[in-house]
Write a protein that binds this ligand. Structure first.
Ligand code: NAD
Length: 349
């Protein structure tokens, strides 16, 4: 009899009482897959190598996976992160051990793009201030005229980065009749052309955008790429939105710009420190909308991430290269190809 394809789920997928952390993650397609045996690990961060010795695949929520998590058995073939961030995973350790690291861009693309649109509409529509005014009753109603919103037709939507999420933002924004611009040194020109996005230099992006959204990864190159000098290029009527990673924006510089009203406002799903220091001055500003790195958290986002992870591990089980591999060099190694061929033989390609 063929040994089962064993899939580990990190312990944080279950609460202390054993109930699922995210019930929208449907485990049925994994649990009922022929030849698959799945088990929850005990909670540990970082994960310990001995927990993973007898598994072929790991679906990983927030626990860390570092060099000490790599099992000596050589059986683990794939680590599937629930989401697209992988700062909790030692990629080099995975690559050295011939383990493919997979993320779920298909799960987050739409939900994060929707959260950018949410912030754009809330900022330009002055949603938060109008909510507060209404609760004041008559005195609030008396001040309605002081908070005119900003219409979007003909205004310029800019994005720093047009990858998975940045491109989806422009897809969703098509009916708003805005002008689209973006800066991305590695842009897919065909995607930009197809979506009607003008690719511009970074200074021009900051100068021209009425709404500027950040959708690039955090790298040494992009840390504080949104700094005081670039914020100073923005129009006083412009809005900044960051749903990518906090440290891409120099938050002190942004706070100063918001305090000085040298830009109109900001929408931030991510901060430099998460959770923030309760005394962080950004928390006191009325021209910023904040979310706790969870604006994209919806039933569909969590279902989508889970489905993508399950699809990835089942692909590996059947000897197919999964989507969303981060360390693509692993795929070229003889060890990986042999292992994949073996899975294909055992479980059917
Ligand atoms: N808020 C959340 O909950 C949440 C959820 C998912 C993803 N994210 C973040 O969103 C960001 C984008 O994710 P994605 O899936 O679109 O990633 P992606 O890799 O598909 O796209 C990123 C794009 O940024 C571009 N880029 C790289 N360096 C750049 C630079 N110096 N200037 C401008 N562009 C640059 C790349 O060429 C690429 O096109 C990531 O930081 C990710 O971590 C946040």
């Amino acid at each position: 009899m063929t040994a089962p394809f064993r899939v580990a789920l990190s312990g944080d997928f279950r609460k202390a009482d054993g109930s699922p952390t995210f019930p929208d993650f449907d485990l049925a397609p994994l649990m009922s897959a022929p030849g698959v045996e799945a088990a929850f690990l005990e909670s540990a961060s970082p994960l310990r190598a001995e927990q993973l010795e007898d598994f072929d695949a790991l679906i990983l929520l927030a626990h860390r996976f570092d060099a000490g998590s790599v099992p000596a058995s050589g059986r683990l073939a794939v680590v599937a992160r629930f989401g697209v961030g992988y700062d909790t995973v030692d990629v080099e350790a995975c690559t050295n051990a011939g383990i493919a690291l997979v993320i779920t861009p298909d799960g987050v693309r739409r939900p994060v793009a929707v959260s950018i649109v949410t912030l754009m509409l809330a900022l330009t529509g002055k949603l938060m201030v109008k909510d507060r005014m209404t609760r004041e009753a008559a005195p609030g109603y008396a001040r309605r005229g002081e908070h005119m919103g900003v219409g979007l037709v003909g205004r310029t939507l800019g994005s720093l980065g047009i990858g998975n999420i940045g491109a989806e933002l422009f897809r969703l924004a098509q009916p708003f009749d805005m002008t689209f611009i973006a800066h991305d040194p590695y842009a897919d020109q065909a995607v930009a052309a197809e979506l009607g996005i003008e690719l511009v230099g970074i200074e021009e992006l900051f100068r021209r955008a009425d709404v500027l959204s950040v959708s690039c990864p955090l790298t040494p190159e992009t840390r504080h790429i949104v700094n005081a000098e670039r914020l100073a290029l923005m129009q006083p009527s412009a809005y900044l939105i960051n749903t990518a990673r906090g440290p891409i924006v120099d938050q002190k510089a942004l706070t100063a710009a918001l305090q000085a009203r040298s830009i109109a406002g900001a929408g931030l799903d991510v901060l430099e420190d998460e959770p923030p220091d309760p005394d962080d001055p950004i928390l006191t500003l009325d021209n910023v909308i904040l979310a706790p790195h969870a604006l994209c958290w919806t039933d569909q986002c969590f279902a989508g991430n889970g489905a993508a992870d399950v699809r990835a591990v089942l692909d590996v089980q059947h000897g197919r290269v999964p989507r969303g591999v981060v360390n693509r060099e692993v795929l070229e190694s003889e060890a990986w190809k042999r292992r994949l061929a073996d899975y294909g033989r055992r479980f059917g390609g």
